[in-house]
Design a protein around this ligand. Sequence first.
Ligand code: PMP
Length: 433
Amino acid sequence: MLGKNPLLERRQRVIGSHSPLFYEQPLHIVRGEGVWLYDADGRRYLDVYNNVPHVGHCHPRVVDAIARQAATLNVHTRYLHDNIVNYAERLTARFDSSLSMAMFACSGSEANEIALRMARHHTGGQGIIVTDFAYHGNTEAVAELGTGFMPEARTTRRVHAFACPDSYHGPAGLGPERLADHYADSVQAAIDDFAAAGIKLAGILFCPAFANEGLLDVPAGFIEKAVARVRAAGGLYIADEVQGGFGRTGKHWWSHEWAGVVPDIVTLGKPMGNGHPISGVVASAELIEAFGAWGMYFNTFAGNPVSCAAALAVLDVIEEEQLLANAVQVGAYIASGLRQLQASHPLIGDVRDKGLFFAVELVRDHHSREPASAESAALVNAMRREGVLISAVGRHNQVLKLRPPMPFSRDNADLLLNTLDHCLGTVERQYHE
Ligand code: PMP
């Protein structure tokens, strides 16, 4: 089947055969609008995967802001310009008052790279603690954090991993409080390992939604306990909001707010410019000023007038279209629909949700929780054939990842749930009868 497609052949010839593509039959998407994607034959697909077009594909407000600014001026940030100042003011106003300054970059990886450098400079330490199934980006220093994700990433002396805080797969029968202690002890073990090796701690870096880890159901109290231990050892708390930020998790603008622990550094990316590449680091004035005084940081494209125009328009749309409230309402509707499906489909072991972010974990057996990896791949492809785009994550790619653009409606939700019901039935018959 592969190789019959001329565009695919040309792609493989010039950008390599390992550049990832979704689906057994790759999609040739040519247009997007709202929650819909259209292929070259004009077929439309419901997008339940893409979080970067946060306020909807090609939202006219964002398109217009980009086009107008691109037609007026686009240049680096060494001249005064309103856009970067307006944006930094509006962005930081959405955070705790201690997080009052922002720096800009172009990707989540770069934002995390800055955060690492800032934490290491501030503490004078090198040691960074991450989960044992983290992905935070692709620069050399940030790839070191991807201990479980990328084959080439190796845990180095300056990176230690703690066990993912996971109520579904963690030790049974402990109850939330003891489970939180159990995982906080794993963070403490990383702190102790650094101390034993004579490596000073710089901090802990994690996504407070534990998105790439499979949108984990984290035992209540874990984040508070883990961060307290890191801070007691002199480290900083870096929250990677590249996936969980800008209202994705519904109730709050930032996923770290669920635990009520204010980070020292927050990194942002993906949805920030609705597809236009802009990312950021938000921290205290003290941290950012000290970092700037220590080493000049300049990034040619970051924070330019077009990027900031896009990002400003994203904030406008989130506020005016009340997308957080929509994430809460439609999110609750989808979560309840998924739990109904769980009651009738034995393949679904667990459903986890936060706002418009859902993880549906597929298992072969509810007791052993054996991952249903092949079934998950079959389901993702079956959904694509039916015109609904989803993906899978997790250590065994057994967790369906549903993360649609934020203006997702109840009607969209019904189409998603009905298609999932149908495809689950097909896959269950195919594998388990
Ligand atoms: N942090 C998280 C949590 C991510 O999911 C990603 C990308 N998947 C990144 C950082 C890196 O972002 P980028 O691809 O924009 O460099």
